[in-house]
Each structure stands twice: as C-alpha cells, then as structure tokens.
Design a protein around this ligand. Sequence first.
Ligand SMILES: CC(=O)SCCNC(=O)CCNC(=O)[C@H](O)C(C)(C)COP(=O)(O)OP(=O)(O)OC[C@H]1O[C@@H](n2cnc3c(N)ncnc32)[C@H](O)[C@@H]1OP(=O)(O)O
Ligand SMILES: CC(C)C(=O)C(=O)O
Length: 514
Amino acid sequence: MNRSIIVLDTTLRDGEQVPGAKMNVSQKVEFAQQLKRLNVDIIEAGFPASSHGDFQAVQEIARKVGDSVSVTALARAVKSDIDAVFESIRDAEDPFIHIVLGTSDIHVEKKFNRSQDAVLQMGVEAVKYAKTLLPNVQYSTEDASRSDFEYLWKTIEAVVKAGATMINVPDTVGYAVPEEFGDLIRRINDRLKNLNDNVILSVHCHNDLGLATANTLSAIKNGAEKIECTINGLGERAGNTSLEEVVMSLKVRENYYQCRTNIHTQELLKTSRLLTYLTGLDVQVNKAITGENAFAHSSGIHQDGLLKDKQVYEIMSPEEVGVEKMELILTARSGRHAFKNAVEKLGFATDDANEFEHLFEKFLALADAKKEVYDHDLFYLVTGHRSQAQTDHSLFELISYEVVTNEQKPTAAIVLKRGNKLLEGSAVGIGPIDALYTVLKTLTQLDVTLNSYKINSISRGKEAIGRVNIQMEYQGKPYFGRAMDTDIMKASALAFLNGLNAVLLDKVKVNSDK
Ligand SMILES: CC(=O)SCCNC(=O)CCNC(=O)[C@H](O)C(C)(C)COP(=O)(O)OP(=O)(O)OC[C@H]1O[C@@H](n2cnc3c(N)ncnc32)[C@H](O)[C@@H]1OP(=O)(O)O
Ligand SMILES: CC(C)C(=O)C(=O)O
C-alpha cells in the first residue's frame, strides 16, 4: 500500500520571510483558508515572537482555520518564543510547537559561541519546557546538512528522549545534493526507528542550488514521512521546496515513489494565484505546474502530437492542477446568474447579498471598460474588492484624481480623504507618475523615497488589468505597496497610497507602543 506523506505548508512563515511578501492579518487568514481547501495537513502560520502583528495573525489562523487542519508556529530555543507559540496556537484543534536550533559547527561556534554540549542542552531544555504546554513538539536541527553526523544524531537522540514527537531535518542553506541528502535521511531513519518508531521524520529544503524539490523527493524515497514546503516555492533567499512540484511528482510518478498526499490538486493553481495576488510576487512563466506556460504548447510538432493524443506531450492533465478546460467569457450583457456561477467556480462564496450586488456593479463597470471578462479578471475583482472593504478608515483614501500629460508639463490633481477630512492638491512632475507621487507625498506629509516601481499586465487583451508594485523607504525602513486597475494611473496612485498607508500604520503603532 502507498505510504501517506504529511504535507506542512510554511508559506506563511518561511515564505513570508521574503522581502515584499508581507501580508496583513486578514490576508494571512484568507490564504490559510485556501490552504485548508487545498487540504494541507499542517499550516505553519508564522513566528509569533517576532511581532505583535505576527502573533495576532497566528492566533486568528488558529481560531478561524485550525478546526480541521493542524496549526503550528516557530520558536527559537527560548522560553519566551515558546510561550508566544503556545499562546497563539492553543485554540486550534491539533496544535504543536515547533522549535529550531542549529547543529552545525558553524551555528554552534559562530552563531552561539558555545560548546556542542551547551547548545544540545539548550535544545533539550526547550523541548522539555514545550512538552509542559502541549503534547506534540517538533524539533528542527537547523543546518543539519552541514552538521557532523554523530553530533546531529546525538542531538536527535537527546531531544527525542526529552519528548520531541517530530524531527525535522532542514537543508537550511540549500547545500545538499539529492543522493547525499537521501543518504542522510536513510541513516537518521534507520537509527530513529530503533530509538522510537512513533517519532515522525520530516524534511525542510531550500532551493539555493535549485535542488529543493529533488532533495525532498530523495528524502521521501529514503524514509521521510513529512515534508515542509511552500506555494510557488516562496521562501528565504532562493526559496523553499515548491509544494505543487513535490505533490505532482508523487502523483504523476506514483508507481515509482509508492507514496501519496492528501492534497486536493485541483486547488493548486488557485492557491498559487491567490498568493501572487496577496504578495504581488509573480510566478515565472515557465515554472513547473503553476507557470503560465506550464501547459501551453506552441510549436507545430507538439500541437500536432497533442491533437492526435494528449499523452504525446502531456504527463498530467491541466485540469488535475486546476487549469480550467473551458472558461465562460463574461461581458456587460451577462447577468447575475452567469456572474455568480463564474465567481463560485473560482471558489469564492457569494452568500452575502449586499457584497454580491457590489461585486456585480464592479463587474459591470469592468465589463464596460474591458469588453470581455475572463476568470483571471474576476479573481482580481473579487480579491481586490475584499481587501478594499477591509480598509481602515483612519487611513488615506483616494477620492478622485486627474492626470494631464504632455511633453512640457505633466500635471496631477488629487483629492484624498482621511476620516471626515478632504485633502486636495496638484503638482507638476517630470512625468505623470512623478506628478501623482509628488501630490500624494505633499498631501500625506510623508517624505518617502520611491526605490522601485514595476507595472505588469495581469490578464489578457488590450484593456487588461495593470498591476503596480512599488517599494519605498521611510526613515531607513522599506515599505511596499501594490494595486491594480484597468486604469494604470489609478493603479499607480493606489499602489503609492497603499505604501504611504503602511508607513502611517507603522507610525500609529510606534506611538501607541510608547
Ligand atoms: C532558518 C530560519 O528560517 S529560522 C527563522 C527565521 N525567522 C525569523 O528570524 C523571524 C523574524 N525574527 C525576528 O523577529 C527577530 O529576529 C527575533 C524576535 C526572533 C529576535 O530578535 P532579537 O531579540 O532582536 O535578536 P536578533 O534577531 O538581533 O538576534 C537573534 C538572537 O537570537 C539567538 N538565536 C538565533 N537562533 C536561535 C535559536 N534557534 N535558539 C535560541 N537562540 C537563537 C541569536 O544567537 C541572537 O542572540 P544574541 O543576541 O544573544 O546574539
Ligand atoms: C526553521 C527551519 C526548519 C528552517 O526554516 C530552516 O532551517 O531553513
């Protein structure tokens, strides 16, 4: 019988360590809800000791999503970190504490400047303490792939005796290669079975050499029972093992691996797109499984082969990962039934009648502007509407804008609202975007520096939706803003305003912490 592999998704913890991938609490909950639909076994929801916001996000996920999926969060081998994890996840049905501590000489000597025994003892004490709070504790031997094997094993043996119920072996810096990593897992597995057969052996790989998926599969082949991965392979530096790649490898090559997962693979594409929307981080077009070209066949010989039989050039069907076979194209002549059907097919609930009417109005406006509305557009329409609905009204809102552009004097005029107060202004810039941003800086009185501005088209056709991502700096700290609209000037203004609102929120937080 096929072995079942436990899938832990760490997009909300390791994935969120990526600059620019920051999500707010409601966005994290929304993503966690999609992870639940994807049917991951465990959600690693964050690092609660790192900030009040992260604590709150982990707690909300544990409370709102943790009824049928296990929830964990990360702690250093530090009592206050472990307390923060416990307090934030305790309301979930099946929570466990995840502790990380390095085992390589580099970590022991350079990071901690302690003896191996002293670091090992720190780990043991941390596990013993965590066990007083919850029955299940995962221990990660950070930088395991660069660790001396006998010290690594001594640590595993000690923390298992102290009560760890899961041992996670990370290739923290993506240094391992598949044969070697598989061999490491086999050696640990052989000893672990003799020590305590109930302890779950897990792996966590990084992609610095582009080998995270290969290393994870090699670990599975050699006895790993649980894998840690992220959607779109998002994660620190070059990222983590991509969930969709490992899951589909196990599915497509089931005879070879004789393993399966509980993942609902039809949800893969939707999950990937939601993450792109929430973080603004695009998936490369040729990315396996979820890239735009993953199922596109362009050359004549391939198209001919496919027409004769799909199997000639397809090892899995696009529908298996959630690529729609045929989408119904909506127009301004489509009615509520067709709109509702299309929105629900994308996985969104439509039971709030008020919200549905708002969405339908927005759809009609979009269909007037864009003529043909595709699934892609609808996806952004719904998610865009929902994040706007959560806007805090103490922040700046864009009421109206006007941009006049010519070679001599591009000019922008803007009206903003904050609370009950209207703010109006205009400015000339070296270009229309510069003019817009100059007014916004003056009206908000936030002297930020714009470091990068990127614009992409995110759907088809000449009236496609434009998405703008910006990175700005305020008092030495980076802030990100993004927005989308069929009008790229509006998207540009909103993206900048979102960044300014993030600065404002930070200022409010700092003042209330004082
Ligand atoms: C491999 C991974 O992905 S691990 C997870 C990475 N995630 C994060 O770092 C989450 C975000 N981090 C943070 O918010 C902060 O770094 C915090 C809250 C964790 C700690 O902040 P600070 O207390 O200001 O410490 P700072 O980050 O500057 O330094 C880390 C300290 O933790 C210690 N430390 C690092 N790893 C561990 C560990 N696993 N167990 C115990 N102590 C550790 C370091 O030695 C250092 O201590 P020192 O000040 O005595 O030298
Ligand atoms: C916390 C651990 C699993 C980690 O992220 C790493 O070692 O890369």
